[in-house]
Design a binder for this molecule. Structure first.
Ligand SMILES: [Zn+2]
Length: 257
């Protein structure tokens, strides 16, 4: 089966010097709720707010999305409190993102299984396949034939922001509804943006405390604490697709982390 490779369109994050915060710094002991059930999850549902908005939670949203997991691995998955809207509003984006991540070289055998699901879906909907890989072109990677295509980066970032918000809700027991920065480290660019490699290197070289996840071959992640407050997540999908995400904390928010 054809596997595609590193694609291609990236955006440099605004405010590169913001990343100076990532320089190795004294590590603070982690006094948070990392890996534990946040208080909201133990209260009655009527007390919990949605992880994405101020509506009452009436359901639970999987994090990462349930469709990222092969059917045989959908056991003990994590959920966060969610309103109906935010449990359903990004299904097409999630399907898109799952499919394009699973095509990436460097991802594992579980990605291959998930890709087969996407391939079936593309078989039924050739127009969707065409749209997804509209500019696919052959490339050689280490002498082997592969392909490259452009990601719909806003969609990827939208899904990854939601995943990161849900993780933060779970880890810290409160909402992070402000803006998040998302950087897809696995992606390449047809037109490299000055500074991109440096940003990626800074993020990659930081150390991340690993947090155990239910199905690590689908999703694992770690956290890097930054000073004076704040944190960065390193998310890894299918053992090889790496995303960094961090909240841009408003002043009023910064005291609580
Ligand atoms: Zn909501």
């Amino acid at each position: 089966m054809m596997r595609f490779t590193r694609h291609i369109r990236i955006q440099l994050l605004p405010g590169v010097n913001r990343l100076r915060r990532l320089q190795p710094a004294a590590r603070e002991p982690c006094s948070l709720l990392i890996g534990q059930t946040p208080p909201e999850m133990t209260k009655s549902k009527t007390n919990a707010l949605c992880y994405m908005c101020d509506q009452a939670a009436t359901t639970g949203e999987h994090v990462p999305p349930r469709s990222f997991f092969p059917k045989s691995k959908r056991v003990n998955l994590w959920k966060v409190p969610s309103c109906e809207d935010h449990n359903n509003d990004n299904k097409m984006d999630v399907e898109y993102v799952r499919g394009v991540i699973a095509t990436q070289l460097g991802t594992n055998a579980t990605a291959q299984r998930v890709l087969e699901v996407s391939m079936r879906s593309w078989d039924y909907r050739p127009a969707l396949f065409k749209r997804t890989f509209h500019d696919l072109e052959p490339v050689l990677i280490n002498g082997k034939e592969s392909g490259a295509f452009s990601f719909d980066l806003p969609r990827v970032k939208s899904v990854m922001s939601a995943v990161a918000r849900a993780l933060a809700y779970r880890d810290f027991g409160r909402q992070f509804m402000g803006k998040w920065r998302v950087l897809c480290a696995t992606l390449g660019s047809r037109k490299p943006t000055p500074g991109w490699d440096k940003v990626r290197d800074l993020l990659t070289q930081a150390s991340y405390d690993p947090i155990p996840t239910p199905v690590p071959d689908v999703f694992e992640y770690g956290i890097h604490r930054t000073k004076p407050v704040g944190f960065i997540y390193r998310l890894v999908f299918y053992g090889g697709f790496v995303v960094f995400a961090w909240p841009v904390l408003a002043k009023r928010e910064s005291g609580g982390v």
